[in-house]
Design a protein around this ligand. Structure first.
Ligand code: PLP
Length: 398
């Protein structure tokens, strides 16, 4: 008989009673250092006083009113995101996939409004992940996610990541834009080269295309800048973000420049829940922390400490880890043994992590992680590496 909760995930057999900062406490009392953060989502960790107060106070006042009315919490959050980014206007939704859907729709509509409806295709990168809706599994392009769900939605072309010549060669008179993650997350914490991001902007300008960055995972402070593309010093025409923006409360956003934002006129796109008072109260509470003076510089500093510790770890255990990559508090260990084996060993050491593509172990702690928690995670990773060494595993596991 099938489980009443649909079995579409391979869940680890642990459930948590509560969390405290970077720690999650299991029902059986075991304490885990959470370097998965709900897949790069619990930006402020667990039980954060400011975030929980904002949610509780807003929930007691009003949770939902619909987008038939003004929502001051959304207006404030949008204004703050515009002030802090390249963007001129923001559309709120509930997830990363929805933010990408809005982005692609806005790109198509911008072209149609400009009298070029034949320009509807979007170029995406191999190794990308853009979400699980029908259009976004096509944008993702990975056969694993498309299997059984065909036919694929038309309108997406794929080129090798970090290869500017391949991207320029793929541009046709039907191309509307480009959608790329500045750091591929699910694909295995693969950073785009700075020159690649700059080259994307130049190609978009040269061919009259729209440039979109998917910062669902790498955005909202994770790399030490509010958005990861800022390191390259180029601005997209539109950006999707989600995950960390609500600190674990479902919230997504399309941030766009005026040209793209003007395409989404009343009636053209919408959502029941997106941008409701509760979600936006959460978003504002996250921004209170992330935009506080010095916070992002501190993410960079703590990220650098984590990175050098990971490099030393990989150096000590070359038979378990072959490389380290990522930026800030979005780091990946390329594994020389199956990443799922390392993930299980981490779990046994009391450390939560997330497997990613390319045999990578993803380490994406809450942005509030302290230096001593980073050091504790590095110790646990060392213990996990020892467990994974062929021959030693049996001893270590005793
Ligand atoms: N885009 C990127 C880069 C992601 O990492 C994800 C989720 O992992 C998504 C889009 C989809 O987001 P969601 O699961 O919130 O729909």
């Amino acid at each position: 008989m099938i489980a009443s909760l649909m079995p579409n995930y391979n869940r680890i057999d642990i459930s948590f009673s509560h969390g405290e900062g970077v720690w999650l406490v299991a029902d059986d009392g075991r304490r885990f250092l959470d370097f998965g953060a709900g897949i790069a989502t619990s930006a402020l960790g667990h039980g954060h006083a400011g975030l929980t107060r904002a949610i509780a106070e807003q929930a007691a006042r009003v949770i939902h009113v619909s987008n038939l009315y003004r929502v001051p919490q959304a207006e404030r959050l949008a204004a703050r995101l515009v002030d802090a980014s390249f963007g001129d206007s923001v559309f709120f939704c509930n997830s990363g996939a929805e933010a990408n859907e809005a982005l692609v729709k806005a790109f198509r509509k911008t072209m149609a409004d400009a009298g070029k409806p034949e320009r509807y295709r979007v170029i995406c990168a191999d190794g990308a992940f853009h979400g699980r809706t029908l259009a976004m599994i096509s944008a993702t392009g990975n056969a694993k996610y498309l299997a059984g769900f065909g036919p694929a939605v038309d309108g997406f072309d794929h080129v090798p990541f970090n290869n500017l010549n391949a991207l320029r060669d793929a541009i046709t008179p039907a191309t509307a834009g480009i959608l790329v993650e500045p750091i591929q997350g699910e694909g295995g914490v693969r950073p785009a080269q700075i020159e690649y991001l700059r080259g994307l902007r130049a190609a978009a300008d040269e061919f009259g295309l729209l440039l979109g960055f998917d910062e669902v995972q790498c955005g909202m402070g994770r790399t030490g800048r509010l958005f990861a593309h800022e390191w390259a010093g180029v601005a997209p025409d539109a950006l999707s973000t989600a995950k960390g923006i609500g600190g674990g409360f479902p919230l997504g956003a399309l941030i766009a420049n005026e040209t793209v934002a003007r395409a989404l006129v009343p009636g053209s796109h919408g959502t029941t829940f997106g941008g409701n008072p509760l979600a936006c109260a959460a978003g504002n509470a996250v921004l209170d922390v992330v935009l506080a003076p010095g916070f992002l510089d501190d993410v960079t500093r703590r990220g650098a400490r984590f990175r050098s510790g990971l490099e030393a770890l990989a150096h000590r255990h070359p038979d378990v880890f072959s490389a380290v990559r990522g930026q800030g508090l979005m780091q990946g260990l390329v594994c020389a043994v199956p990443n799922t084996e390392v993930q299980s060993a981490c779990l046994a050491e009391g450390l939560l992590s997330v497997a990613a593509g390319d045999n990578v172990l993803r380490l994406v702690p809450p942005l509030i992680v302290t230096e001593s928690e980073i050091d504790a995670a590095l110790e646990r990773l060392d213990g996990a590496a020892r467990r994974c060494k062929p021959g030693l595993y049996a001893d270590a596991a005793k």
